[in-house]
Design a protein. Sequence first.
Length: 303
Amino acid sequence: MGITTWSFAATAMLFLSFGLNPARGAEAPLVIDVWPGAVPGEKGDVAPEKIDEKPGAHIKLLTNVSKPTLTLYRAPKEKDTGATVVICPGGGYSILAWDLEGTEVADWLNSCGVNAVILKYRVPARKGLPQHVPPLQDAQRAMSLVRSKAGEWGIDEKRIGMLGFSAGGNLTALACTNYDHRAYEPVDDVDKISCRPDFGVLVYPAWLVEDGKDQLKPDFRVTSQTPQMFLAHANDDGITAANCAVMYLALKRAGVPAELHIYATAGHGFGLRPTDKPASAWPQRCEAWMRSQGLLKAADKGK
C-alpha cells in the first residue's frame, strides 16, 4: 500500500463517481470474530491494537491486530445481487489501510449490489513465521465462515469472492491457490466448509513472482481449478506489474478465465479514489467483468 495525495473535495468526487452515499444507512455493519476461541499461534506478545492517520494523506492505518474480525456491509436491498466479496486491505503485512482499501471499497461494492465483508487480518508479521502465514489462516477461516453464513445472511454461497490490494492482493492470491491445503488445524465444523473463493480480484498485488524472474513463486499453485480472476496494476508501480502479468499468463495456460489491466501510470496504493489517471477506471472495469461472468446475475434479473 502506498500513500497518495488526497483531499476532502476528492471524497465528494468519490461518492459522486460511484453513486455512493457518504452517510451509511441506519443499519450498522455487523462485526464477528473470525475464530471461535483462541486464535491459532497467538502468544499475547503483540502490542494493543491501534489506528493512526497518515498526515496529509487522509488514510487510516490499523496495526497490532491479534483478534481478527469480519465486518459485513450489506448491499441495499433494492440492489442486492446475493454476491459477496471478502476485502483484504493492503499494508505490507505491517498495517491495514482500513479506509483506502477497506471501507471505501465496501461502499463501492455495495453500490454494485455486492455484499462486502472486510477482513481484519493479523498484522504485523509474527516472529519465527513467514509474514503471510497468520493472515492466510485468517483468510481461509474467513472464507469458510462467510460461506457458513450464506443462509443466515441471504447470500449466494457459490458467488463469494475475495479482493485484495498490495499485500492484501498477495493474500488473496494465496487464498485462491491454496484452498485445498489449510494453513491451520481445523477447529470446528465451519472448517469442513470450502475455503475456496469463487473468484479473485487482485489490485497491485505484491510478491507473487520470483525476484528477477518472470515466474510465480512456488506458493502460488495455479491449476485448472483455480478461481477466475480480475487483475489490475500500474506499469510505473515500484512493486512490479509483472506480479499481475505473470499470474495472468499462468491462469491462461491453466485454462482459467481472467482479465488483466495494466495502466501506464498510477504508481502504487491508488485504491479507488478518483484521479486524472486512466487507472481510476478499474472499478468500473471490474464491475463490468463481474457482470460479464454472471457474478451479478441476480441484479440483472431484477432481484
